[in-house]
Design a protein around this ligand. Structure first.
Ligand code: ARG
Length: 296
C-alpha cells in the first residue's frame, strides 16, 4: 500500500497536543467485554492514551456477566425500571463477578500491554458514597405494588481524591461500580451513572461511553445512519422526535448532564469495533456520536 500513512499521525497531532495532561473517563461494557480479543484491543488503546500523556480512568460494567452467573447458580435475575433487584446473595455474586473477575482481568490486560493498572471499587477511599434506593412502585395487572430493590444504591457523594493520587503517579485506575453506604455496606450502582459522576467530579476532558451500537442512529434499522455530532440543545428534541429511544435515552441524558457539568465532550462509541477509542479520539470525524456544547 502506498497510502499516506504519515497523514494518520499528522491528523492525530492536534488532538495529542490538546489532550496532553487531561483526565478521560472511559466506561467499558457491553458485548465488548465478553470477547477477549476486543477487550484486549480496548485496553491496549487505553494504555496508549497513558503514554501520550492522557490520564485514563476506567469504569467497567458487568450486567450480562452477573446475569449469567446468577442463572448458573439457579437464581432468576429480576429488574425494575432497568435496575437489578439485589438481595444479599445477588450482591455477593455481583461483587464476585465485578471485583473478583472483571476488574482483575482488566488490570491484567493493562499490565500485559505495558501499563500499570490499579483495581478499585467505589468503596476504596470512600470514593462513591451512596444510600439505598429503597422501594420502587410497579404495576402488576393494574395494581400498584412496592418492590424493594435491596442493595441498589443511589450516589450521594463522590470523593475523587484517591483517583487523583493514583493517576498523578501514572497508574491507570480501574473502578468497579460498587458504592458504600454510611454503615459500610456494599451497594450495587449503575456503571454509566458512576462514569458520568466521576467524570464530573474529576473535571474530566472527556467521558467515553462504550456501547454495542455505532452511536445514535437516525434510522434504527440502518447502522450507517449514525449522527456524528449532537449539541446538548438537541438532545431533548431528538428524544421527542423518537430518534433517541430506549436505552439510549438515559445514556444521552447523562451525556448531556456531564457536558453541562463541565466535561468538554462525551463520546458514545461502539466498543466492538477494533480500536474504537483511538479512531474516535485521534481522527477528525471519529466513529461514534459526540455530544458537545454549541459554544465550542
Ligand atoms: N477526535 C476529536 C475529538 O476527540 C473529534 C471526534 C469527532 N467525533 C465524532 N463522533 N464526530 O474530540
Amino acid at each position: 500500500m502506498t497510502g499516506k500513512r504519515e497523514n494518520v499521525l499528522i491528523e492525530a497531532l492536534p488532538y495529542i497536543r490538546d489532550f496532553y495532561g487531561s483526565v478521560m473517563v472511559i466506561k467499558v461494557g457491553g458485548h465488548a467485554m465478553v470477547n477477549p480479543s476486543v477487550m484486549s484491543d480496548i485496553i491496549q488503546d487505553v494504555v496508549l492514551l497513558r503514554f501520550v500523556g492522557i490520564h485514563p480512568v476506567i469504569v467497567h460494567g458487568g450486567g450480562p456477566e452477573i446475569t449469567e452467573k446468577m442463572e448458573r447458580m439457579g437464581k432468576k435475575p429480576e429488574f425494575v425500571g432497568g435496575l437489578r433487584i439485589t438481595d444479599d446473595e445477588t450482591m455477593e455474586i455481583a461483587r464476585m463477578v465485578l471485583v473478583g473477575n472483571i476488574n482483575t482481568k482488566i488490570v491484567s490486560l493493562i499490565g500485559k500491554h505495558g501499563g500499570k493498572g490499579v483495581g478499585l471499587s467505589g468503596k476504596d477511599g470512600k470514593m462513591i458514597m451512596a444510600k439505598r434506593k429503597g422501594t420502587q412502585k410497579i404495576m402488576i395487572e393494574d395494581v400498584e405494588h412496592d418492590v424493594d430493590l435491596g442493595w441498589v444504591g443511589e450516589t450521594e457523594i463522590i470523593n475523587p481524591e484517591l483517583i487523583n493520587i493514583v493517576t498523578a503517579n501514572d497508574y491507570i485506575p480501574v473502578i468497579s461500580p460498587i458504592a458504600m453506604d454510611a454503615e459500610g455496606n456494599a451497594l450495587n450502582i449503575n456503571a454509566d451513572t458512576v462514569a458520568g459522576d466521576l467524570a464530573d467530579a474529576l473535571h474530566a476532558k472527556k467521558l467515553i461511553l462504550m456501547t454495542d451500537v455505532p452511536g445514535v442512529l437516525r434510522d434504527q434499522s440502518d447502522t450507517s445512519s449514525r449522527i456524528s455530532r449532537i449539541s446538548v440543545d438537541d438532545v431533548e428534541p431528538l428524544i421527542e422526535e423518537g430518534v433517541i429511544g430506549g436505552g439510549m435515552i438515559p445514556k444521552m441524558r447523562s451525556a448531556k448532564a456531564s457536558v453541562i457539568g463541565g466535561v468538554e465532550r462525551v463520546h458514545i462509541i461502539d466498543g466492538s469495533v477494533s480500536h474504537s477509542v483511538l479512531l474516535e479520539l485521534f481522527t477528525d470525524k471519529g466513529i461514534g456520536t459526540m455530544v458537545y456544547q454549541d459554544t465550542e
